[in-house]
Design a protein around this ligand. Structure first.
Ligand SMILES: C[S@@+](CC[C@H](N)C(=O)[O-])C[C@H]1O[C@@H](n2cnc3c(N)ncnc32)[C@H](O)[C@@H]1O
Length: 447
């Protein structure tokens, strides 16, 4: 790979004797991997080889995934470069926490954080770019996350809305992407010697907003997929110098991972608690990760403003109940949120959402139509098989026809909504009328 000359000179200077091995790694193929979804009871039931596990991620395996397979469609796998998996592992949120993923699209880290949270607590996932926020929302849906709110806002807007609100914030920052060169050589087009410093200015701005949203005794995780000290050690050194109630939290270094380099910043020895993942030292594209704690002596937050429940009209209540009684083995509508005729379940403890561009204020349950409720595709992917009254398992042929947009004929007449699975993995819902199951598979996903 032809690397920019200024890039070569910079890393020769920084890495010295190690530089040739670093440069040689750019001529090796990019490493791919995937993560399984522990929110599924049978999450290891995938048609993929699981004989090459990622050593630092319980759900990670080296290998590639085809986006059109049932495993992908049904939310059993997420394709993620292996060093990026260590970010979610380091963040490691607990069920019940209120967590913010501030720079989140397309959702690699969000789906990982959600896997730890087990649908308990609130995961707010934000993306500043509108189109990318849409992709994030689709991945949240595919992963079956119930406790996740998807927002499209700038860190600035959020900082004003949500002071001292979160137990844990991940800033997986936009960066110069040097760790992407191998996977996507077009990333090199943006690179110039001043680019890292330009990115660092933006990173500091994002972190300044993130800091305002941290509760006392909370954690901030910062990561980049670049090697440049300006965006890595120097940004963390700046954070520590700027905010006296932040302190480093040590990160475990697995084989091939190395300590961050204080000599690449202001010499602060605490920086060694952060970690660097380099492509010439381990199987992955490379990352930088730091973890900080905001100390508990920070002034307590003012009274929190939480999202209120919506009140359904009596007709909406009736239509929802009719649907839920016929179709679901669970009636989980405790925190309703209405957006026009769309019904959502907002996780309890969601911070107030008014005034923000919210793509998904929680789990999208479905839409009120004239005298009936129509369930969403997201509901099919979010519930366990035991939470449906009826799951119809399709054979391979029926599955192929259904994801193509066709109807299915079944021997026994029936009426109403049911979950559809193939190889016992739920991938959609369908509406039965007599012996026909009508197609409700999203048009955009048909193939
Ligand atoms: C490294 S990517 C995030 C990857 C994501 N966390 C994942 O694991 O899939 C950084 C994201 O930050 C967004 N971004 C760009 N400028 C931003 C800004 N000023 N504030 C917040 N986010 C920004 C980009 O659109 C991009 O989606």
């Amino acid at each position: 790979m032809k690397l920019p000359q200024a890039f070569i000179e910079k890393y020769q200077r920084l890495l010295g004797a190690e530089a040739p091995a670093f440069f040689a790694s750019f001529d090796q193929p990019a490493v791919s991997a995937f993560r399984l979804n522990p929110l599924k009871d049978d999450f290891k039931n995938v048609d993929l080889p699981l004989n090459d596990p990622v050593p630092y991620c319980d759900w990670g395996y080296y290998g590639t995934v085809d986006g059109h397979t049932l495993d992908h469609q049904a939310g059993y796998v997420y394709s993620q470069e292996p060093s990026a998996m260590y970010v979610g592992e380091v963040a490691h949120p607990q069920p019940g926490e209120r967590v913010l993923d501030l720079c989140a699209a397309p959702g690699g880290k969000t789906t990982h954080l959600g896997s730890f949270m087990q649908n308990q607590g609130v995961l707010v996932t934000n993306e500043i770019n509108k189109q990318r926020a849409q992709v994030l929302s689709e991945n949240v849906e595919r992963w079956g996350l119930q406790n996740t709110v998807v927002v499209n806002a700038s860190p600035d807007e959020l900082e004003k809305k949500w002071p001292q609100t979160f137990d844990r914030i991940l800033v997986d920052a936009p960066c110069s992407g040097e760790g992407m060169f191998r996977k996507d050589p077009t990333a090199m087009q943006y690179w110039n010697p001043d680019y890292p410093a330009e990115c660092a200015r933006r990173q500091k701005k994002i972190l300044a907003s993130a800091y305002q949203m941290l509760k006392p005794n909370s954690e901030l995780i910062y990561s980049t997929c670049t090697f440049s000290p300006e965006e890595d050690e120097q940004v963390i050194a700046w954070l520590l110098d700027t905010y006296s109630d932040l302190e480093m939290v040590p990160i475990e270094k697995y084989a091939g991972m190395i300590a961050a380099k204080p000599e690449w910043a202001n010499g602060n020895p605490d920086l060694t608690q952060a970690v660097r993942l380099f492509p010439h030292l381990m199987r992955g594209e490379g990352h930088f990760i730091a973890k900080l704690r905001r100390r508990s002596e920070t002034a307590a937050p003012k009274k929190e403003k939480l999202q209120k429940k919506a009140s359904l009209s009596s007709e909406q209540k009736k239509d929802w109940q009719t649907f839920a009684e016929q179709t679901l083995a669970t009636d989980a509508l405790t925190q309703p949120y209405l957006s026009k005729d769309r019904l959502y379940q907002t996780p309890a403890g969601t911070p107030v959402l008014s005034g923000l561009h919210v793509l998904r204020p929680g789990l999208f349950l479905g839409t009120f139509k004239k005298h009936r409720f129509e369930p969403s595709y997201a509901l099919a992917l979010a519930l366990r098989p035991t939470q449906f009254k009826q799951v119809l398992n399709l054979d391979e042929d029926q599955y192929t026809h259904y994801v193509h947009g066709e109807t299915i004929t079944v021997p026994q007449a029936g009426k109403g909504w049911l979950a559809l699975s193939a190889r016992h993995k739920i991938f959609s819902m369908g509406k039965q009328v007599q012996t026909t199951v009508k197609n409700a598979f999203p048009k955009g996903l048909r193939h």
